[in-house]
Design a protein around this ligand. Structure first.
Ligand SMILES: Cc1cc2nc3c(=O)[nH]c(=O)nc-3n(C[C@H](O)[C@H](O)[C@H](O)COP(=O)(O)OP(=O)(O)OC[C@H]3O[C@@H](n4cnc5c(N)ncnc54)[C@H](O)[C@@H]3O)c2cc1C
Length: 554
């Protein structure tokens, strides 16, 4: 078996590739670009009809990023970051999708991406150190490496509610939104779910619908986005400082976002000073609210000061005292569920055409043909929006039948929760990489920073193997066990496990509850990964397959 087909992207043997990449979101696209740059033959499979991943699927009203666009963008090409003009502080979904398409065209990626094709199965052949990959079009190809760029938030969760199938109106999931614009004008609409997608869509749908009923199980903390058009001067300030901004986001920031680092804890300041600091972050808007102090994720008393501040703000915005109380989150420390960023979410509940229903107190009993029954009361709706989130981090991986050594499947191995070394590989599954897998900072970070780091690490690792004629790489069981223990230990030193969040798998009935992302921070994590590589991929085993001597002409 040859180690790798050199420069074979132009003429791989039919159905044989160096690498199969699953998914053509930001991760899959950059992975393809990097590997092609090293002369490898690559096939990317994407089940959707175009590139863009998250931004292809999530077309709901109000969808936009919550990390500022000048930072939520690729950094690998300086030309790209200098030439692309983001229009707003937080670009709306159509613009991010346009950017993804621009990247695909600019770097000529489409020729190696097969759209509308799902990867259903991949089986590792131990004797050849190759994967056989079967796709939804009935084809099977082989590849030395399989890279899962399947996304942490790509498996939309359909709630199992009695009667949903018999609902007479249209049902939309925010993560599977139609491609044609949906017009709610004159309709009574129900939104189920008040996580990030619900919080983004409610104010926009409220403006169209004749009536909007919002079904809330858990009140969530949300900070105003303060979205606005970006001026040419603001763009220029970022562009001229990009080398330092990107370096800081990669190496020093915990969450991959360039911002001022907190130098003190919340209780180090007196009441007035603390309030002034929260007020200034609230006015600035955005995710950096949580980095005003360095102990908000660690100390409950410190966290309470931030949570109280936001609860007070909600009470100031929402005129009806009872509704304000329902919207004030009390079930978890602030930031321990992904904090939301909104544009006039709380103010939407002051509108006469918006009703809030507390389905924690009065759970949904069933969906009726023309409405929702909760707590014995019927709410008539013509259309339903399910903002019920995703089977996060592992959902899309679990849908693929991945058979590793000795025929064991990844789902069998992960039955009690995901186990990886560095979030990059799982023992028993050689030559199978995950991008932003469980056990890496992934969803706790600006994901493009984490994606680029993983892609670069994987591409460098494959290059290392290639230079040494190595065929197989696998996470060691001991290294994996230690990493899993470390990920848990770090998580349990924080307040995060106190929330029933999708970080814990708590939104999926029956899913093992384990804190999945690595919370040590992207800078620390990057250093760990770099050190592992510098020590010859410590904790991984790399092997060469015995090869028969080739004839000179072959
Ligand atoms: C509404 C929303 C807003 C977000 N905003 C932000 C933000 O502001 N900042 C941030 O950092 N992150 C944000 N995220 C997270 C976002 O998912 C990542 O930032 C990023 O887009 C992930 O890129 P990806 O390529 O890893 O995964 P994805 O974009 O999810 O792409 C994965 C692709 O793999 C495909 N796929 C999966 N399984 C298969 C299979 N078996 N066969 C073939 N194809 C498959 C999917 O169809 C999908 O297109 C947001 C997520 C959502 C849902």
């Amino acid at each position: 078996m040859p180690a790798l087909q050199t420069n074979s992207s132009k003429s791989p043997a039919a159905g044989t590739f160096d690498v199969v990449v699953v998914g053509a979101g930001f991760a899959g696209m950059y992975m393809l670009h990097r590997l092609r740059g090293s002369g490898l033959s690559v096939r990317v499979y994407e089940q959707g009809g175009d590139v863009g991943g998250t931004w292809y699927w999530n077309r709901y009203p109000g969808a936009r990023c919550d990390v500022e666009s000048m930072q939520y963008s690729y950094s690998f090409s300086d030309e790209l970051q200098q030439e692309w003009d983001w229009s707003e502080r937080y670009a709306p979904q159509p613009e991010i999708l346009k950017y993804a398409n621009h990247v695909a065209d600019r770097f000529d990626l489409r020729t190696d991406i097969q759209l509308n094709t799902r990867v259903d199965r991949a089986v590792f052949d131990e004797s050849a150190s190759r994967w056989s990959v079967t796709t939804s079009d009935g084809n099977t190809v082989t590849a030395q490496f399989v890279i899962l760029a399947t996304g942490c938030l790509s498996n939309a969760r359909m709630p199992d509610i009695k009667g949903l199938a018999d609902f007479k109106g249209k049902v939309y999931h925010t993560g599977h939104w139609p491609h044609q614009p949906v017009d709610f004008t004159g309709l009574r609409v129900g939104v189920i779910g008040t996580g990030s997608s619900g919080i983004q869509s409610v104010p926009v749908i409220a403006e169209q619908a004749s009536h909007l009923t919002v079904f809330q199980r858990t009140a969530n903390f949300s900070i105003p986005a303060r979205n606005a058009a970006l001026t040419p001067e603001e763009r220029e300030e970022f562009r001229s400082n990009y080398p330092e901004i990107r370096r800081f986001a990669r190496e020093e920031a915990r969450n991959g976002i360039y911002t001022d680092m907190p130098d003190r804890g919340a209780l180090d300041d007196g009441d007035n000073e603390r309030r002034a600091r929260y007020e200034s972050r609230w006015t600035r808007g955005g995710l950096t609210f949580m980095s005003v102090y360095n102990d908000l994720a660690l100390d409950r008393a410190a966290n309470d000061t931030a949570a109280d501040f936001v609860r007070e703000k909600i009470a100031e915005i929402v005129k009806d005292h009872e509704i304000a109380k329902l919207l004030q989150p009390n079930s978890h420390p602030i930031g321990t569920k992904r904090i939301c960023i909104d544009s006039d979410y709380f103010a939407a509940f002051n509108r006469p055409n918006v009703t809030l229903v507390d389905i924690k107190a009065d759970p949904i009993e069933e969906i009726l043909p023309n409405g929702v029954r909760a707590g014995g009361k019927d709410y008539e709706v013509d259309a339903l929006v399910l903002a019920t989130g995703f089977d996060a981090m592992t959902g899309s991986v679990a849908k693929i039948e991945l058979c590793g050594r000795d025929g064991q499947t990844l789902n069998q191995k992960w039955a009690e929760g995901p186990r990886t070394y560095l979030g990059l590989m799982s023992a028993g599954f050689p030559n199978l990489f995950l991008i932003t897998g469980p056990g890496s900072p992934s969803v706790l970070s600006n994901m493009i920073v984490s994606i680029e780091q993983h892609v670069d690490w994987i591409a460098d690792c494959i290059g290392y193997m290639r230079e040494r004629d190595l065929d197989a790489m696998e996470a060691g069981k001991d290294a994996e066990d230690s990493w899993v223990a470390h990920v848990n230990e770090v998580a349990h030193g924080t307040l995060y496990p106190q929330a029933n969040s999708w970080y814990m798998g708590a939104n999926i009935p029956g899913k093992p509850q384990i804190f999945m992302p690595y919370i040590g921070g992207v800078g620390v994590y990057r250093q760990i990964c770099n050190d592992v590589a510098a020590k010859g991929y410590e904790g991984f085993t790399m092997t060469a397959t015995e090869r028969p001597k080739m004839a000179a002409s072959s």
